[in-house]
Design a protein around this ligand. Sequence first.
Ligand SMILES: Nc1ncnc2c1ncn2[C@@H]1O[C@H](COP(=O)(O)OP(=O)(O)OP(=O)(O)O)[C@@H](O)[C@H]1O
Length: 269
Amino acid sequence: MPPAPEPSGRSGGSQAPGVRPALALRGLAKRFGDRIAVNGIDLDVPTGSFYGLVGPNGAGKTTTLSMATGLLRPDYGQIWVHGVDVWRAPLEAKKLMGILPDGVRLFDRLTGEQLVTYAGLLRGMDREEVAVRVSDLLEALDLVEDAGTLVVDYSAGMTKKIALASALVHAPRLLVLDEPFESVDPVSAANIRDILATYASGGGTVIVSSHVMDLVQRMCDHVAVIAAGTVLAAGTVDDVRGDATLEDRFVELVGGRNPGAGLAWLRTS
Ligand SMILES: Nc1ncnc2c1ncn2[C@@H]1O[C@H](COP(=O)(O)OP(=O)(O)OP(=O)(O)O)[C@@H](O)[C@H]1O
């Protein structure tokens, strides 16, 4: 098995010398038929960072994160999580990760409490420890009252929160969250941000994909901007945005603003 790479310094990492990144991607590529979704992505996510992955619709964020977490096989490239090759040693790698995928079906005929308990037991944890953590997570995510409700009857935001609890229950070293704040109300979003900040300050690494630039600017310390399956910029949030806001920098990098073109018929006066 080839050794995990040392931090390259060329792909957005700012890790102390000799410390392996929490996630390293090299030459990652994926094509669906004629469409190239991911076109050779290199990225280092430093251990302990709060890393935002941003890009326009169809940029390749979900495809990249699905490959990085072992859910989708890459056509080319390699992925290491804390030095473990995700596709050569999947069980070892997956023990290190908690994943909130975008749009993956949950076992929604379980109650919220049963679902998180099941996630803990699947990870090989003992029943008593799982019970303590499930209770703590339901409390922290304000789901105690709905612990006995079937997940199929949860709202979209509650479903996100219970999926997040399932991703956290085994205290992973790397948390990969695809659009964690979508459909989540502002109070719950603030609770989730607090939980993630505590997790990162305790040495955990968080990767979030998001369209909300303001949130990424406030919450993340690192960011990668991807478009058309390639990395346009990566590094600390301050380096990437320079003197501008992240949103302005994003629009500048990605381009494509076309206000109202061809929609003359929408004018009502
Ligand atoms: N299973 C699939 N089959 C065919 N094409 C796909 C598939 N999954 C993704 N794609 C295509 O790959 C490209 C990247 O999609 P992806 O979902 O990774 O983008 P994204 O950055 O997550 O977008 P969004 O922000 O809209 O969720 C898009 O052009 C998409 O249409």
